[in-house]
Design a protein around this ligand. Structure first.
Ligand SMILES: [Zn+2]
Length: 256
């Protein structure tokens, strides 16, 4: 019995291409660049058996076509986005069975950052692209606050011990903003100490976990009195619903 391992392949400024490997096979998530993935696979003597894409942005899809040609691997990606390298369009409720890797992923529709953004959930892990970040969430380029708020609620409903594999190393910047929203959140302050230490050693702050995000990520805490009060101060008028709180802190985040 082999062991599943998930390794980050750094790309561009601050992207992580996640590689899920087991024995001699591997799957790449959001390969924005083919070069570092091919190098890793060759060095480790791995065969790529699938590519998973979360949304259409080039820093997530740019290497997919080259990898597809090189390894003849299927490319799974959002049904509702036009990405030419996709061979298997998928959406909410679809299951992706990867027997050679020994895992199955469930597809979640999580619009907001882009209109058709999807996430992959399986092996106690969530690959969420630019929808959810450690202590933050993606910008609303195509979707509404309502959509993103609903997408984040889907993530919150996953088990607390789910490992969260985001596509960017934005954690320290996000914590800086989260502290402006919730300066009295002890879990957030403790997390800042841990993540600073991690970064000072040059290591990724990921994966995070759903439980940790629920304790420290302001975008998942829109019903918390402290977050509601901070959002209300920013908006300058009372906010009744969690989705309005979400919209206000998303707008606030875009300004800093
Ligand atoms: Zn993106």
């Amino acid at each position: 019995m082999q062991m599943i391992e998930i390794v980050p392949i750094p790309a561009f400024e601050d992207n992580y291409i996640w590689l899920i490997r087991n024995g001699t096979t591997a799957v790449a998530v959001d390969p924005g660049d083919a070069g570092p993935v091919v190098d890793y696979l060759h060095r480790q003597q791995l065969r790529l058996v699938a590519i998973l894409l979360t949304h259409h942005h080039g820093d997530h899809t740019g290497g997919a076509a080259e990898l597809q040609r090189h390894f003849d691997a299927p490319v799974y990606g959002p049904r509702r986005e036009a990405i030419s390298s996709i061979t298997h369009p998928v959406g909410e409720g679809d299951l992706i069975d990867l027997p050679s890797l020994g895992c199955t992923f469930q597809v979640l529709d999580v619009p907001g950052h882009t209109a058709g953004h999807i996430a992959y959930y399986g092996i106690n892990s969530l690959f969420c692209g630019d929808a959810l970040f450690a202590c933050g969430c993606g910008r609303l380029f195509e979707g509404t606050a309502q959509q993103m708020h609903a997408s984040l609620a889907k993530f919150s409903a996953l088990p607390d011990d789910t490992n969260v594999y985001c596509a960017h190393e934005y954690t320290l910047e996000n914590i800086h903003f989260a502290k402006a929203v919730e300066p009295g959140n002890a879990a957030l302050l403790a997390r800042e100490r841990t993540e600073r230490e991690t970064r000072s050693q040059g290591r990724p702050t990921l994966p995070s976990s759903i439980g940790l995000e629920k304790q420290t990520n302001p975008f998942l805490r829109c019903s918390e009195p402290a977050v509601m009060a901070a959002a209300t101060r920013f908006a300058g008028h009372p906010l009744a619903e969690p989705v309005e709180v979400f919209a206000a802190i998303r707008q606030w985040r875009d300004q800093v």
